[in-house]
Design a protein around this ligand. Sequence first.
Ligand SMILES: [Fe+2]
Length: 436
Amino acid sequence: MLQHKEEALTYLSGFGNELESEMIPGALPVGRNSPQQAPFGLYVEQLSGSPFVTPRHLSRRSWLYKQMPTASHGAFVMIDAEDFLSESATVAEGNRIRLQRQPDELVPAAFPFGVVTLTITGSCAGRSGGAVHAYAISEDADAPAFSNADAEMLWIPTTSKLRCHTEFGVLEIVPGEIALIPRGVKLLAQPEKGGEARGYLIENYGQPFQLPDLGPIGANGLAAARDFLHPVAQVHDRRGPMRWVNKFAGSFWATDLAFTPLDVVAWRGNYLPCKYDLSRFMVVNTVSFDHADPSIFTVLTSAGGPAGAPNLEIAIFPPRWQVAEDTFRPPWFHRNTMSEAMGLVVGKYEVRSDGFQPGGLAIHNCMMGHGPDASSWVAASTRKLEPEYLLGTMAFVLESALPFVATTKALESTARQNDYHSAWQGFQRVTLPEKA
Ligand SMILES: [Fe+2]
């Protein structure tokens, strides 16, 4: 089995692969999943990520060999997770919206606190769309374990390392990497010792993210399955007691356990958390003129949107060569049927000359005109075109078939640029030639 060593952590590679891992040799049953007595007396639990009758290539499930069955918990009590929302109290705004940075109102706390929801699309109960949140996680020795029955979670750090001790083992991600935690998988998300972790948390309420089909690109290119890394089995060393918070139907439910729920001694299956280094993305683009559509930057896609559209899709804009001749090289002016929520991981975004910072968010909903601001347009329209390397940037766009509804907290944040429309002022109207 291929293994990747990174610092002290070991990972198993391959998106969607059937993998297995055991913390103690012999903990996995051989040749069957649920023997009458599992090795070491471990409890056997199946975690299903797709309906049982799903076609084989989409079927996702894992078998867990645990010290305690999940079912052994006591009653849950509903708690308030404050600004971690699944529904917005506002109407969908008819304007383009931009937050220049993370909301200033975001107060770091132990996850799932320290989260401010920025925008929601679709419905978690309806299993469509998703949400974009800002997170700021502080160190807390009593931080709870968390699971999310509503969504798969995509973590995009912008500041500092994030350590996710999941049921399947440990994933560590730094800015420039992402982590994908399947629906229902328990985890403890923590910053480095003495630090604070910040970034974006995307919930996908719909079908799990997959690698996109490649069509005429062929069998290789974009994100490669080999670069998605899964943890190895590791029971958490904080034995307990530990609080476990589960998000279900938009509410948060807590129960206190005598022992850690991160107690999977061995596992096998293909329903697994993973991480991915965005710098491994093989960028494809024109080598002649014009632009290919930005779908060539798609990292992951979730099927199931209306009328054949994706439910959600995430694309990145990484460092890359630009070589197109006689071409306006930055993204053009456009209006799309898909709605867009755009964020910045590091550096600057290529079509903005003002203060959009990592952690900020721009929302351009269905058919809202956007593109380069006036000064970027002038610069890109007049510059001498030579091959150039675009460096020091990593932006992403989350596309949804349904509109993004900003939350009250986002709309009223001091980080919001209230005159965002001014980015597109200052263009001169084209004067047509006089008729002869
Ligand atoms: Fe756009």
